[in-house]
Design a protein. Structure first.
Lengths: 510, 314, 328
């Protein structure tokens, strides 16, 4: 797919240099090339939206812009003059402000104090805070964005939308000329979204530029003056909303190159139902979840980040409370504790293996036998030698690269650590596996190996539910997939319908 | 004024400690005829002043998700230093400076160990508690120090314009702490230390410096409290202030300041100090031994923490 | 991500040999203890006398008894500040039961029962009420101290049946009885920690409680078990101490907690959980006792002892923070 540019845009670019421009930005991490020669232009008074799949490079680009990351290659221009951004302080000097999803607000301070945190000393006696002054200035900024609230109000009592407004006011009070917003409407109601849009409009009129990242295509088309699509770290296109459609955007977003080292083997017909989830609701934000997984199949659970997939996994596994519905493993009801579900043969390979899946300071052997202690030692007596033997058997079976089972798990590579986590569940004789982003942080060569492991598992009769944000993985590995959005399952794709475009189409808001 | 910014969101808490205070007063008023007399009430207020001087900085420390277990022992040590120097030199100013210096040294030690070396506050202050206690024993050889000039004693028993001096001192301390917490940048950042440390880092404020400052303040107030303690006892004893840190923590916890969210209410601490004071006074009047008093305060703390846990998000 | 879905990324720069690190730690400390002995022997003639060595053994044993249960709690990254007060209350209750009924076995049962009950209470406060362990046990410590003083009313109980006193003051084959109890505790503690699956789970909880839970470990019940066990061992320890000093009064528990914590930390158990051993605590108790014994022999003022203990605790914790990267 080549980049598309409308002729009218080129003319404009010639007439007036952009407020800020990134040119040829490249950024590499140990296992992945996050950005590859991306150029991005920001104009005063416009809303420039950035769209793309997870991992396309949107947040990396923004982190480079705000100085949190240093680009490996590329340059920055302000009003056509070259500048450098080496750290967040530089970025702030150029008026770049990012509205984080995790707010940087102090709950038990009032709005004004939050807005001016660190910058209170405006001419008052050293050390003392001039209350009246900062509250008056805060009121000014709040009025400017149309947020009518008493600056003495504590942030603690504010709703998410209001806290967001405070964050925006905070950024503006630092003379932000470029405001970056990452999925700002994720936690907002319709009414609050309208208010946000009205505020954005006001900001545009003041000449503030807004970079808006969103998956909600309806919003993108409502707000954007220009839309840039990223894919696999590259800029695919910059278009005007009037000249494209949601479907076209989707097709621009997908279409990754295929990893040819792995090929899905032929899998026999799936066996009995192993996992059955009915009408599951949970306080963690999911509702009305119904799904089944049979022996011998790998079922995908896809959707965008924040759509609730991990919450579903945790609810099934018993790590989170559920408020309604039932979960059955091989016909028997699960009572909702991790002890119970693991005893019955459930396994969870979590998203973040270092903090959730392993005790890094403990040995490979200790980690491998942890979930299966009861099964290995029914009497309760632990015999170190037997445990080491069992661990060695697993290490051999999975070909985990470690000189000894007594090595600390933290010394292993990412791929091998993941194998230890999987090994833990093999040792516990699990029959149903939930994989949450199984290949995250693993280099390309090891990914194929992990997939072959999954194949082996289902070949031996296990059932697998696989969560992945890389649509290409779902398409190539899974037999079928459910797609989630906003805490619900919005579709199920059978083998013949399982394409990236179909997944994305269901996953994003139209 | 900014106290109204605190009260609204703590509406749920005001009843807590205020109710406790009212209930305690009512119960004791009925249980003992001597409770509700003007003399006794004045007594409670005066006796509570030392505790208030300890509970005020403790509020700030707890707001930063820390704890200062050493404050009682530092108070003791500072009072011993004060006594020794005032007897040796006759100069109250010198003695007070020495006491303040002693408090500041321990405060600095605590702050550095916690912020620079990263040792958890409860272990750090447990350690410095032992050190302060040890130093107190060493200097006094286990004996009391007597022979303190009369003028010091009058600091505790005297009054100005009809108001007992300790109460004036305590009021001053409260005012200073109030201004510090609600009207200075230091105080603003204390809320952030407990509520959202990231926000401070992003704003470029030194978290380390702040933590050292908080514990320095604690040590300083312990030094001032030493003056009142020595005046009250008219002597200095190596076990005088032991256990006061517990009353201070209890007062802060009952007063509504929580241990984890940067939520601090100074006035609540004041009420908490009064609650503890009323509890001790009432139980004294009922001839309940000091040991059982400690047990009941312990129960009070656990109840307060339990309620605090109930109120917070799971 | 909220706090509940992530655990700590790491607790130590991953050691090369995760399994045998415990053994290495114990060996290093044994070496340190031996060096200390040599230094003390050269500094004071009185060190190597039979009397002094037995004294050191007995003191080590008493300290270890208090610290052994505490080790299990600290392994889970918790802390029990109420150990001393628990011992005091258990000892006083046991003493009055023995005095009242004349039965030593009833007294023993009372002591252990009281200790267990306190341990259970601690466990419930930490798991069900979710109060951080250092605060919960701090509050419990004061409550117990108060209860003990209240119960004793300033009185002292002394004069126990000789058979009972043997537990603390007696000798068997020339070695003080407490040493045998120490070996018993070492066996119990080590057995639980290294030879049962619950012990393995306890180590896992200390190393990474989130991962442990997601591996099917019932974290809450194990924590309650650990605190209860710790309390029971404290109860048993109180009886030996009672038998040794042959009297019970309200302030027995004073100045017990800090040395117990010091013994555990010096023994190599990390305050942050997941690594350490009961054997290590024994060596730690030995080292601490040697230091205090040395101070006595060199006629250093006894008032220095709490100070030195405090410094030792701080140094021990500092060393363990050095080997642990920050949580950034």
């Amino acid at each position: 797919m080549h980049a598309m540019q409308s002729p009218s845009m080129n003319a404009e670019a010639v007439c007036r240099p952009a407020l800020f421009e990134l040119r040829g930005i490249s950024k590499e991490f140990p296992s992945v090339k996050a950005l590859d020669d991306v150029s991005f232009e920001i104009r005063a008074g416009e809303v420039h939206t950035l769209v793309g799949e997870n991992g396309a490079g949107k947040s990396t680009l923004m982190k480079v812009l705000c100085g949190a990351y240093r680009a490996d290659r590329g340059s920055f221009f302000q009003h056509g003059k070259q500048v450098s951004i080496a750290n967040p302080i530089d970025a702030r000097k150029f008026g770049i402000a990012v509205i984080f999803q995790e707010f940087t607000l102090v709950p038990y301070l009032d709005i004004a104090k939050n807005i001016f945190l660190g910058r209170e000393n405006r001419g008052a006696l050293p050390g003392l805070v001039d209350q009246r002054r900062i509250h008056a200035e805060a009121k000014r900024v709040l009025d400017a964005i149309g947020f009518d609230i008493d600056p003495y109000t504590l942030v603690h009592g504010l709703g998410v939308a209001q806290q967001q407004m405070v964050e925006i006011a905070k950024a503006l009070s630092q003379d932000a000329r470029i405001l970056v917003m990452d999925e700002p409407t994720a936690a907002l109601s319709e009414r609050e979204t309208k208010l946000l849009f009205a505020m954005i409009d006001r900001l545009k009129k003041k000449g503030v530029a807004i970079v808006y990242i969103s998956h909600r295509l309806a919003e993108v088309f409502a707000l954007a003056d220009r839309i840039t699509v990223l894919r696999d770290g590259r800029k695919v296109a910059t278009v005007l909303p009037a000249e494209t459609t949601p479907d076209q955007l989707v097709s621009l977003m997908v279409g990754r190159s295929v990893d040819t080292t792995y090929a899905r083997p032929h899998r026999p017909h799936p066996g009995d139902v192993v996992l059955e989830v009915k009408d599951l609701d949970a306080p963690s934000g999911i509702s009305n979840i119904n799904l089944t997984v049979r022996a011998g199949e790998i079922v995908g659970l896809s959707g965008l980040v924040g759509s609730g997939r991990t919450e579903v996994a945790r609810a099934i596994f018993g790590a989170d409370r559920i408020s309604a519905g039932e979960i059955r493993l091989c016909g028997e009801r699960i009572n909702g504790s991790t002890q119970d579900s693991t005893r019955r043969g459930m396994a969870l390979i979590p998203e973040n293996r270092k903090t959730q899946g392993l005790a890094l300071a403990r040995s490979v052997g200790d980690n491998v036998v942890l979930a299966g202690l009861r099964k290995l030692f029914p009497s309760g007596l632990f015999v170190a030698r037997k445990a080491a033997q069992a661990a060695r058997a697993i290490v051999d079976k999975l070909r985990i690269a470690t000189p000894s089972v007594h090595r600390a798990v933290g010394t292993l590579s990412g791929g091998n650590q993941q194998k230890v986590v999987i090994g833990k569940w093999l040792n516990a004789q699990a029959r149903f596996f939930i994989f949450d982003e199984p290949t995250r942080g693993i280099d390309v060569g090891a990914k194929a190996e992990i997939f072959r492991l999954l194949d082996q598992l289902v070949h031996d009769g296990a059932a697998v539910l696989m969560i992945s944000s890389e649509q290409i993985e779902i398409v190539h590995v899974c037999d079928r997939a459910y797609v989630m959005r906003s805490g619900r399952i919005v579709g199920e794709l059978a083998r013949d319908q399982l394409t990236e475009a179909n997944i994305i189409g269901l996953a994003v808001h139209r | 004024m900014s106290s109204r910014t605190v009260a609204p969101s703590l509406i749920a808490r005001v009843p807590g400690v205020a109710i406790a205070l009212i209930v305690l007063c009512t119960v004791f008023a009925f249980a003992s005829a001597r409770f509700a007399t003007p003399t006794n009430i004045a007594n409670i207020l005066v006796q509570s002043t030392i505790l208030l001087l300890l509970a005020l900085p403790m509020t700030l420390v707890i707001m930063t998700e820390g704890l200062d277990l050493s404050i009682g022992a530092v108070l003791t040590f500072a009072s011993i230093i004060l006594a020794v120097i005032v007897i040796a030199t006759g100069s109250l100013a010198l003695a007070l400076s020495a006491a303040l210096a002693a408090g500041l040294c321990f405060g600095l030690a605590n702050g550095v160990l916690i912020s620079v070396l990263g040792i958890p506050p409860f272990i750090t202050t447990l350690g410095t508690l032992g050190i302060a206690q040890g130093l107190s024993l060493l200097v006094t050889d286990g004996q009391s120090i007597v022979g303190i000039p009369r003028s010091i004693e009058s600091l505790y028993s005297g009054s100005l314009a009809g108001i007992p001096l300790p109460i004036l001192i305590a009021t001053l301390a409260y005012a200073v702490t109030h201004i510090l917490l609600y009207h200075t940048r230091f105080g603003t950042y204390i809320f952030a230390l407990g509520g959202n440390r990231e926000a401070l880092k992003i704003a470029g404020i030194s978290v380390r410096g702040m933590l050292i400052g908080v514990y320095l303040f604690s040590g300083l107030m312990a030094g001032f409290a030493a003056l009142l303690l020595t005046a009250r006892l008219n002597s200095a004893h190596p076990t005088a202030g032991i256990g006061m840190e517990f009353d201070a923590i209890a007062a802060v916890a009952v007063g509504g300041t929580s241990f984890e969210r940067g939520n601090g209410w100074l006035f609540g601490t004041l009420l908490g100090v009064l609650a503890v004071g009323v509890l001790r006074n009432g139980l004294n009047l009922l001839a309940v031994p000091s040991s059982a008093q400690v047990a009941s305060i312990g129960a009070l703390v656990i109840i307060a923490l339990f309620i605090d846990g109930l109120r917070s998000e799971p | 991500m909220n706090k509940q879905t992530t655990g700590r990324a790491d607790i130590a720069a991953p050691p090369r040999f995760g399994f045998s690190s415990n053994v290495m730690q114990v060996l290093y400390r044994l070496l340190a203890a031996a060096l200390l002995c040599m230094v003390l022997a050269s500094l004071s003639d009185a060190f190597m006398t039979e009397n002094n060595i037995l004294n050191v053994l007995r003191q080590t044993a008493l300290l270890f008894l208090m610290a052994s249960g505490l080790t299990l709690v600290i392994l889970t990254a918790g802390l029990d500040l109420s150990v001393g007060a628990n011992i005091a209350l258990s000892a006083c209750l046991a003493a009055s039961v023995i005095k009242a009924t004349g039965s030593a076995s009833l007294g023993v049962a009372t002591g252990i029962g009281c200790g267990t009950f306190v341990g259970l209470a601690n466990g419930l406060l930490v798991t069900a009420l979710r109060i951080p362990s250092f605060i919960a046990t701090y509050g419990v410590m004061w409550m117990l101290t108060g209860l003990t003083y209240f119960y004793m009313g300033g009185q002292t109980i002394h004069g126990f049946p000789p058979a009972f006193r043997q537990l603390g003051s007696g000798y068997l084959l020339g070695i003080p009885m407490p040493v045998y109890v120490m070996v018993l505790f070492l066996a119990i503690g080590t057995f639980f920690a290294q030879r049962t699956i619950w012990g393995q789970q306890v180590y896992a909880i200390g190393a990474n409680p989130v991962a442990a839970r997601l591996s099917g470990v019932p974290v809450q019940s194990r924590l309650v078990l650990v605190y209860t066990l710790s309390g029971a061992m404290a109860g048993l320890a109180s009886l030996i101490i009672l038998a040794r000093i042959n009297s019970a009064e309200g302030d027995i528990g004073e100045n017990l907690t800090l040395p117990a914590i010091a013994a555990v930390l010096v023994g190599g158990t990390s305050l942050f959980g997941g690594s350490g051993s009961v054997m290590g605590t024994l060596i730690g108790a030995l080292i601490l006792t040697l230091v205090l014994n040395g101070m006595n022999l060199l006629q250093v003022n006894a008032s220095w002892q709490p100070l030195v203990t405090g410094v030792i605790v701080l140094v021990a914790v500092w060393i363990s923070t050095l080997t642990r990267p920050s949580d950034e």
